[in-house]
Design a protein around this ligand. Structure first.
Ligand SMILES: NC(=O)C1=CN([C@@H]2O[C@H](COP(=O)(O)OP(=O)(O)OC[C@H]3O[C@@H](n4cnc5c(N)ncnc54)[C@H](OP(=O)(O)O)[C@@H]3O)[C@@H](O)[C@H]2O)C=CC1
Ligand SMILES: CC[C@](O)(C(C)=O)C(=O)O
Ligand SMILES: [Mg+2]
Ligand SMILES: [Mg+2]
Length: 337
């Protein structure tokens, strides 16, 4: 299956520069989109509730901050970058009553459209610009003259210009410097959830914590275990990022490569692959989405408990101490949010 990929020359920045954009939310993605769009010459305002702790950060950057309803009423393109579980209510209370013919409603992740939590009217464009990276690095890469790849999707093309608008928006945040791939809300949502659960966040965190536990329970120093399974992971992944698994294997010793080839499949066994398939199934059939929405509505009891357990894991203590000794490691993820 081939994908359509777009770069800077395929996108017209003038389109987004001609719109009035409201960015609802000013967290990881919100601050990155708002600041980079502004730096790209776009008319941006931020929508945040009165009393939101993000208000001061946006105002410090000289951005105009309104309530979500005011920002939506003023804008003709509304990008929702509030938490996925809050978007349905924000949409119903603040955005829907303020939508006008030909407006555009944009998402940074397809969750609410994919699982039917938001159903926009037929007279507006509905599109997605989803960066494939954490918001703070989306901003850092933009400032450095680079970009994080983005996915775009059009769910509804009321004006006939939704795709060009999404591409233009992606250019405004630096995405088309790296490549913008056209997809659907369904494909983005399912692959993004799978990636973060099974590999990037869930899989990687559990792998690191388990490796640390095995070494320390066997009596090895926590500091050595930390460097071995967490700190050095970044350096190994940097090589994968630059040149794939092949470049990483080129750089490591042949002893490491033999261990990689023969022991890796003993860690990630066929049963792990089976569990990954089950996780994908729960994403595809909506089980995960229902569980997460219910957990949020119940006040996040399980989420909070697991989050606290993660923060109390011994790897966090030793890591904090060691990072404190390496001034270049523990830098703020951005200066702005
Ligand atoms: N984090 C990431 O890097 C990525 C996120 N995404 C997607 O981007 C979207 C935003 O996620 P993320 O950036 O992580 O979110 P964050 O949790 O970092 O930030 C959420 C922001 O929304 C604000 N907010 C909370 N409630 C409301 C409300 N009722 N009205 C308006 N604003 C509100 C918060 O303000 P306050 O300070 O008051 O809490 C905060 O500024 C999600 O759809 C997510 O899936 C996509 C790709 C990567
Ligand atoms: C990997 C997590 C992510 O999907 C992301 C940064 O892309 C997210 O939802 O934060
Ligand atoms: Mg993601
Ligand atoms: Mg995600």
């Amino acid at each position: 299956m081939t994908v359509e990929t777009f770069y800077d020359d395929d996108a017209d920045l003038g389109i987004i520069q001609g719109r009035k954009v409201a960015v609802i939310g000013y967290g990881s993605q919100g601050h990155a989109h708002a600041l980079s769009l502004r730096d790209s010459g776009v008319d941006v305002r931020i929508g945040l509730p009165e009393g939101s702790k993000s208000r001061a950060k946006a105002e410090e950057e000289g951005l105009r901050v309104l309530t979500p309803a005011e920002a939506s009423a003023e804008a003709d393109l509304i990008m929702i970058l509030a938490p996925d579980t809050k978007q349905r209510k924000i949409y119903a209370d603040d955005i829907a009553p303020n939508l006008k013919d030909g407006d555009a409603i944009f998402f940074g992740h397809g969750f609410n459209i994919r699982y039917g939590l938001i159903t926009p009217p037929s007279n507006v464009d509905v599109a997605m610009v989803a960066p494939k990276g954490p918001g703070h690095l989306v901003r850092r890469q933009f400032v450095d003259g680079k970009g994080v790849p983005c996915l775009i999707a059009v769910e509804q093309d009321a004006t006939g210009g939704a795709q060009a608008l999404a591409l233009s928006y992606a250019k405004g945040i630096g995405g088309s410097r790296a490549g913008v791939i056209k997809t659907t809300f369904k494909e983005e949502t399912e692959t993004d959830l799978f990636g973060e659960q099974a590999v990037l966040c869930g899989g990687a965190s559990a792998l690191v914590q388990t490796g640390f536990e095995v070494l320390t329970e066997a009596g090895y120093a926590p500091e050595i275990a930390y460097f071995e399974v967490l700190h050095e992971l970044k350096l190994i992944v940097d090589l994968m990022y630059e040149g794939g698994i092949a470049k990483m294997r080129y750089s490591i010793s042949d002893t490491a490569e033999y261990g990689d080839l023969t022991r890796g499949p003993r860690v990630i066994t066929p049963s792990v692959k089976e569990e990954m398939k089950k996780i994908l199934g729960e994403i595809q059939d909506g089980t995960f989405a229902t569980e997460w929405v219910n957990e949020d509505e119940a006040g996040r009891p399980n989420f909070t408990k697991l989050q606290q357990e993660g923060e109390a894991h011994p790897i966090e203590q030793v890591g904090k101490k060691l990072r404190g000794l390496m001034s270049w490691v523990d830098r703020p993820i951005t200066e702005t949010a």
